[in-house]
Design a protein around this ligand. Structure first.
Ligand code: GTB
Length: 217
């Protein structure tokens, strides 16, 4: 049976693959698991049926046969990676390190990236914006300095491509047109390498098709 995930009916990311259904789609594509998508409006996300699946009224959610319901994109990707071959190494220590990279993406790199991006979107008109934004940008650069130093010239963060890379690239992509990642040639190449994966391209095309359908394109 195919799992079902939820995604925005009309994503505010305008099809750029930045909403968090993207990492779930990508993980499912990497492991070759077909899935269904239930599209939800903002109003539906805040209504009781969706809140029963996702207590914070957000996407994505994940439902599979047998009654398992999950929320939190990282937990969903970890579940997919644990149930299928291809996203986590078999060797126990390497597996733990790949999971550590998933947490690093979510808990260490993502917070400054999201804060920087959100400020760009919602605080531009505030009197403190000009003074605060360089500080937020510096916090992002501090993390990318460290990440870039660790990655060096390696292809992936720890051996073969893993769910850790999938989650890290997903976070880096949120910096999008800021130009910040481009200042780190090895990180830019890392993101490009990940985006060139067939599984990424399939996931990206599928979420873009949803946006285009919603916008009448
Ligand atoms: N920690 C949760 C997880 O990882 O699953 C966070 C989930 C989350 O933030 N979901 C967002 C949501 O449902 C969509 S992805 N928001 C609606 C709400 O909270 O009411 C975040 C997102 C939104 C928009 C863009 N964008 O426009 O570029 C990018 C990312």
């Amino acid at each position: 049976m195919r799992p079902t995930i939820t995604a925005f009916k009309a994503s505010p990311d305008r099809g750029r693959g930045l909403a968090r259904d993207m990492q779930v789609r990508w993980a499912l594509e990497e492991v070759g698991q077909p899935y269904d998508v239930r599209l939800v409006t903002f109003a539906e996300m805040k209504a009781p049926p969706h809140l029963a699946l996702q207590p914070f009224g957000q996407i994505p959610t994940y439902e599979e046969e047998g009654g398992l319901v999950l929320f939190e994109s990282g937990a969903i990707v970890l579940h997919i990676a644990e149930r299928h071959a291809g996203l986590l190494p078999d060797e126990p220590n390497a597996r733990s390190r790949a999971i550590a990279w998933m947490f690093a993406a979510q808990a260490t790199v993502q917070p400054p990236v999201v804060e920087f991006g959100m400020a760009m979107i919602v605080e531009r008109d505030q009197p403190w914006f000009e003074a605060r934004q360089p500080m937020l940008e510096q916090r992002v650069r501090d993390r990318l300095d460290q990440l870039s130093a660790r990655l060096g010239q390696a292809e992936w963060l720890d051996g073969a491509f893993s769910a850790g890379d999938l989650m890290m690239v997903t976070v880096l992509r949120r910096l999008g047109s800021s130009g910040i990642v481009a200042a780190y040639p090895n990180l830019a190449a890392y993101v490009a390498r990940a985006e060139a994966r067939l599984a990424f391209q399939r996931a990206f095309a599928d979420q873009l098709a949803v946006f285009e359908a919603a916008s009448g394109g």
